[in-house]
Design a protein around this ligand. Structure first.
Ligand SMILES: O=C([O-])C(=O)C[C@H](O)[C@@H](O)C(=O)[O-]
Ligand SMILES: [Mg+2]
Length: 448
């Protein structure tokens, strides 16, 4: 048996002829989190893979500077590869994406590391994860191109859908009415800085999109104020699934106290404390399941987290995990260990929401509504925005992802990226906070 590396450029199927990469800046509201506040614009990378038969496949991934070099190297290496050859894509990425770019300190605590951006909110940073995040956008573009060329939806290429709609949860944030200094795009949400503001935001999400589950981004206010907000949500929406996610801002002791106080109303508690050992200590006394998109974002982190019982639900982000097939592999691993799977979201556009919906449609035991930031994103690069009905996105049976690129919108968001002097191209919630509070520094964790 040939166990050597992939033998490139022999697979059947449409061949890549051209790859277009377009970094964009998309509007983001002043949403607060444990580190600071979102910048007025967030970077994404739009990938177009054009095949010799004239089909264009679309992909999307993180667009911060650290991703662009490896994405360019991979794009340049792709012509001649068949879009069926997803293993070849992985192998090429290992060859050309480099091993140093974006490498962090490897501690797994997501703190104090340079390179990937995200302000420490995206878990461990290392070169493998950077490469996988880049590959994910190309894998989605390959699947889109292949599906379009075969006349089949992406979910059919992943084994077929087991549901015809994917449930999402409302992603509630403490927020300001506007970005400091009037930067960014205006919206009419107003501020939300107390329980009444969070309930009003949730009500609008429920009325507009039909969301039935609610996740509050915590780690912003002292825990008792966030407990009060969850209690207010429970009164307003009795029996509805509620989650609270302080992004690891609490000590083990505080996490245990919040868990005790909210165990009658939360569906799960997400990343209360930072890192697997602390999560395991919290889990040891918890009755609520603990979910994470921080201490388990790479394969090597799975075994220690599962062995120590630190995590009961993994919130997959197909970007981190290297794409849609790897998300399904993660689902199988979780299933084998009796761990639940749902989906994490960062600021993203409609291409990624389509990709999330296709893969989520194929995972049999998806027991929790997935996260999405999408309703906060008023801009998109699609001709038709996704819609939520009863909190769900319908699974498309159209060829590929079932979305079309709006070139005018893409050009406008790219022009914004080009016009930026570099300050907004990399996510920095701490710096964005300093625009309002000049003395702000990244909070020490645990903060409470
Ligand atoms: O669930 C999460 O932890 C996230 O979505 C991380 C994000 O970075 C979120 O905290 C945000 O956008 O502020
Ligand atoms: Mg989270």
């Amino acid at each position: 048996m040939d166990t050597s590396a992939h033998v490139a450029r022999t697979a059947p199927g449409p061949l890549v002829e051209e790859v277009r990469l377009t970094p964009v800046l998309t509007a983001d509201p002043p949403l607060l989190n444990a580190h600071g506040v979102h910048q007025p614009y967030a970077a994404r990378l739009v990938i177009e893979v054009v095949t010799a038969d004239g089909t264009t496949g679309l992909g999307e991934t993180y667009g911060e500077t650290a991703y662009l070099g490896p994405a360019r190297a991979l794009a340049d290496a792709l012509p001649g590869l068949a879009v069926t050859d997803l293993n070849g894509l992985d192998a090429l990425a290992e060859e050309v994406c480099g091993t140093a770019a974006g490498a962090g300190d490897g501690t797994g605590d997501g703190a104090g590391e340079a390179g990937l951006g995200g302000g420490g909110l995206r878990g461990v940073r290392n070169a493998d994860k950077l490469r996988l995040s880049v590959v994910s956008g190309f894998e989605v573009a390959f699947l889109d191109a292949l599906g379009r060329s075969l006349g089949l939806p992406v979910h059919a290429l992943l084994g077929g859908r087991v549901r015809d709609r994917v449930d999402y949860s409302a992603y509630l944030f403490y927020r300001w009415a506007a970005h400091p200094g009037g930067r960014g795009e205006a919206d009419d949400w107003g501020d939300a800085l107390d329980p009444a503001g969070i309930v009003a935001q949730a009500r609008r999400f429920a009325d507009t999109y039909g969301f039935r589950s609610f996740k509050l981004k915590g780690g912003v206010l002292p825990p008792d104020e966030e407990i009060a907000a969850i209690r207010a949500l429970a009164r307003e929406f009795p029996g509805r699934p509620l989650r609270l996610d302080p992004n690891g801002a609490w000590s083990v002791e505080t996490s245990r106290r919040v868990e005790r106080e909210l165990r009658d109303v939360l569906e799960y508690l997400e990343d209360p404390a930072l890192g697997t050992p602390a999560m395991a200590e919290v889990a040891a006394t918890a009755r609520l399941p603990l979910a994470t998109n921080m201490c388990v974002t790479t394969v090597p982190e799975l075994a220690p987290a599962f062995a120590s019982g630190a995590v009961q639900i993994v919130l997959s982000d197909h970007h981190y995990w290297g794409g849609l097939r790897r998300t399904r592999e993660l689902a199988a691993i979780c299933r084998a260990f009796g761990v639940g799977l749902s989906m994490h979201s960062n600021t993203h556009l409609g291409i990624s929401l389509a990709a999330m919906t296709h893969v989520a449609a194929t995972v049999p035991d998806l027991a929790y509504a997935c996260d999405t930031h999408y309703p906060w994103q008023t801009e998109d690069v699609l001709t038709r925005r996704h819609t939520f009905v009863d909190g769900a996105v319908a699974v498309s049976d159209a060829p590929g992802l079932g979305v079309e690129l709006d070139r005018t919108a893409l050009a406008a968001l790219h022009a914004r990226w080009r016009a930026d002097d570099g300050t907004l191209r990399d996510r920095d919630d701490v710096a964005a906070m300093r625009a309002a509070r000049p003395d702000w520094t990244a909070p020490e964790v645990p903060r409470w």
